[in-house]
Design a protein around this ligand. Structure first.
Ligand SMILES: *Cc1c(COP(=O)(O)O)cnc(C)c1O
Length: 424
């Protein structure tokens, strides 16, 4: 696309945007009487207008049906989670029974590690990207300790080459090969939260499997952001939260993927609970765990229906918009526009005041750009906030800005970067 740095260009793009009507389906916070420029969907997606009704419906079911709500009404709670599987499976590129929604993200990461991290004295290492989201680092560390190993020995982190900001796929594969004989698990983010780099998950999966390890992904910044093909790539497992790009509200429900090749594997341990028991016999309350088919068999506890209702409100919008592929086309254009405008400031100023550390290739990133402010970083971030531009701050000098195709506009992007330029 031939971008131009002008408000009229941005307005024209918005006018021609096939997704332009979707912004109305979200509640945009106000700042000094005007809608904020919200570029923080990587942290907490906006509230769908329909969220209140979805919650009210379930409160009404609870009021009128009480315990019968599990089996009666137009939305029986017993199978409520199954209404979400079709939409979610499309977002992550899975079969419908390879996904389920349950718990929260780090909890699910631990539960999946129970199945897929089975270290022994020969194979005990975990390879992950250096600078992974802290919760993932803590989860890996504590899992390694739980099994009696030393995190310093067992966790292998991969960092960019000297002078580079992001990882090369070839280096990831080399590292996997180097540790192949001792490798139990490759555990990567889909998109790194700090740099915004979207890793090449298919070759990583292949390399992990060739090394004889399991391969799992944390898709917190990835699901609902970029299209995925977990099933075709053959990943063993994945988990994600839905409150970032999938707009399910603070602390919203998480989701998991388990590849169907593992469904019949009785060797896999799991920490079981009654909600993962086969449905036709769950209420016989018999001793001896007998797992439900598919990812549902990893469920543990009674479905949190109110959280699921919020997620359902959001998934209906994704479906209406034509799914993740339609969103991705706009996302590439929006983020590309922001990149163009930021680079334009540098050009105008004759020096690189803002350095984008996210890869320039659209195939290697999602919505987010991580921008290093070379001068007065904190003051610039404050200036943005004072003018109603909501991004987020990461120490020591990075501002993350994520235009989201469902509710952000080219005009949002144009105005936000204008504030960056005037902040200088
Ligand atoms: C946001 C995020 C989390 C948060 O986990 P919760 O259990 O939902 O608090 C974990 N891991 C990654 C990679 C994230 O981006």
């Amino acid at each position: 696309m031939n971008y131009q740095s002008s408000l009229s260009f941005a307005i024209e793009q918005d006018r021609n945007d096939p997704l332009k009507d979707f912004r109305k389906r979200f509640l945009i916070p106000q700042h000094k009487g005007e809608e904020v420029i919200y570029l923080c969907g990587n942290s907490l997606g906006l509230q769908p207008v329909s969220a209140q009704q979805h919650i009210a419906d379930q409160l009404n079911n609870w009021e009128s049906l009480a315990v019968e709500g599990w089996f009666q009404g137009n939305d029986p709670w017993l199978n409520y989670h199954k209404q979400l599987s079709a939409s979610v499976s499309k977002i992550v590129g899975a079969l419908e029974n390879e996904v389920t929604v349950m718990n929260s993200l780090t909890v699910n990461l631990h539960l999946l590690m129970v199945s897929f991290y089975k270290p022994n004295s020969k194979r005990f290492k975990i390879i992950m990207e250096g600078g992974a989201f802290p919760s993932d680092q803590y989860a890996m560390e504590s899992q390694v300790r739980f099994h009696g190993f030393d995190p310093k020995e067992a966790i292998v982190e991969i960092f960019p080459r000297e002078g580079e900001l992001t990882l090369r796929t070839e280096d990831i594969i080399l590292k996997i090969n180097e540790h192949a004989n001792e490798l139990a698990l490759v555990m990567f983010a889909g998109i790194n939260y700090y740099t915004g780099q979207f890793f090449d998950l298919e070759p990583i999966t292949l390399a992990g499997h060739e090394a004889g390890a399991y391969v799992g992904f944390d898709l917190a910044h990835t699901a609902g952001n970029v299209p995925l093909k977990l099933h075709d790539w053959g990943a063993d497992f994945a988990c994600w939260c839905s409150y970032k790009y999938m707009n399910s509200g603070p602390g919203g429900i998480s989701g998991i993927f388990v590849h169907e090749k593992h469904f019949e594997n009785k060797e896999l341990d799991r920490f079981a609970g009654w909600w993962g028991y086969r449905e036709d016999k769950r209420f016989l309350m018999a001793p001896g765990f007998d797992a439900a088919q598919g990812a549902d068999g990893w469920q543990v506890s009674t479905s949190p229906i109110l959280l699921m209702a919020l997620f359902k409100a959001s998934m209906a919008i994704f479906d209406k918009a034509g799914g993740i592929d339609a969103l991705r086309a706009k996302s590439i254009a929006l983020t590309g526009y922001m990149e163009f405008l930021i680079n334009d400031i540098n050009q105008q100023q004759g020096e690189e005041l803002f350095k984008i550390i996210t890869p320039a290739n659209p195939q290697e990133r999602g919505c987010q750009l991580s921008v290093v402010c070379k001068k007065n970083a904190k003051a610039i971030f404050k200036y943005l906030a004072d003018n109603g531009v909501i991004g987020d701050w990461r120490e020591p000098d990075v501002i993350r800005l994520s235009p989201v195709p469902l509710y952000n506009t080219f005009t949002d992007v144009y105005k936000a970067v204008q504030y960056l330029a005037t902040a200088v």
